[in-house]
Design a protein around this ligand. Structure first.
Ligand code: NAG
Ligand code: NAG
Ligand code: NAG
Length: 230
């Protein structure tokens, strides 16, 4: 599977030299330019913003970003505090909302994303038939408050975690039987690349363990891998 908007990835110098892809979420769908991060798990997008990166700016060039809002998507659902994906169960308030909060700190100084977990559909296209769109229910963060680099210099429109934890997008797709638990990325010298889920890459691609500290190997196939730091 590729994202419905294509298997392309882009390295964007304006946004921290990370690799980005376009993803569509919700009904009606809203698209996001998200940073791809193998070093973290949660997928989050700017949402019902209290503190988010600007949606447009001279530094972005022609790009204009969207924001997700659970209220505007007919397929969105709250993730209850009882969900196994809810890490902050102790911080769930017993009041009406009862949404599971999340808070992630990244390696860069003071860079974090905070909000509540939401479930909604992610649009995927099978490589065999581009016209066949699959709607995969997925849990992600409604990022209401971002800090540090996420306020403009990196991942201004969300971040997609490709790590090994059960919350990451590849793990969620696998646990729902949508795609096999593997993905491949391939980055060209010019910064243009590809990402596919549930595949093992092309025959000439190499394979690397995703996390050398866990004795578990996810197939991360690549031809050229530029380490990303966030
Ligand atoms: C990416 O998508 C393009 C266009 O649909 C397709 O031709 C190409 O084979 C795909 N590449 C990979 C590596 O999946
Ligand atoms: C997203 O919505 C637009 C129009 O609202 C539609 O043209 C497009 O096909 C939709 N994308 C997906 C992946 O469903
Ligand atoms: C991080 O935040 C703390 C407290 O707000 C501040 O003192 C510090 O200078 C910040 N560090 C950076 C690198 O922005």
């Amino acid at each position: 599977f590729a994202f419905a908007d294509g298997n392309d990835t882009y390295r964007l110098n304006a946004f921290g030299f990370l690799h980005y892809a376009v993803v569509a979420l919700g009904t009606p769908n809203v698209t996001f330019l998200v940073a791809l991060d193998t070093g973290s798990d949660l997928f989050w997008v700017p949402c019902d913003c209290l503190k988010c990166a600007p949606l447009s700016s001279p530094e972005y060039g022609n790009l204009k970003f969207d924001v997700y809002s659970p209220r505007k998507s007919s397929t969105s659902r709250k993730v209850p505090c009882s969900s196994s994906l809810c890490d902050l169960q102790t911080q769930c308030n017993s009041a009406a909302s009862k949404s599971c909060p999340y808070s992630i700190e990244y390696l860069s100084d003071n860079t974090s994303s905070n909000g509540v977990l939401i479930e909604d559909v992610l649009y995927l296209a099978s490589e065999s038939g581009k016209s066949k769109i699959t709607q995969a229910p997925i849990t992600f963060g409604c990022g209401q408050v971002q800090t540090g680099s996420f306020l403009g210099s990196a991942a201004p429109n969300g971040l997609l975690g490709l790590g090994m934890d059960s919350k990451s997008v590849p793990s969620l797709l696998a646990s729902q039987g949508v795609a096999a638990n593997s993905f491949s990325m391939c980055f060209g010298e010019d910064g243009h690349g590809r990402i596919n889920f549930g595949d093992t890459g092309s025959a000439d691609q190499l394979e690397t363990p995703l996390n050398i500290y866990k004795h578990k190997y996810a197939c991360f196939h690549f031809s050229q891998f530029h380490k990303q730091t966030i």
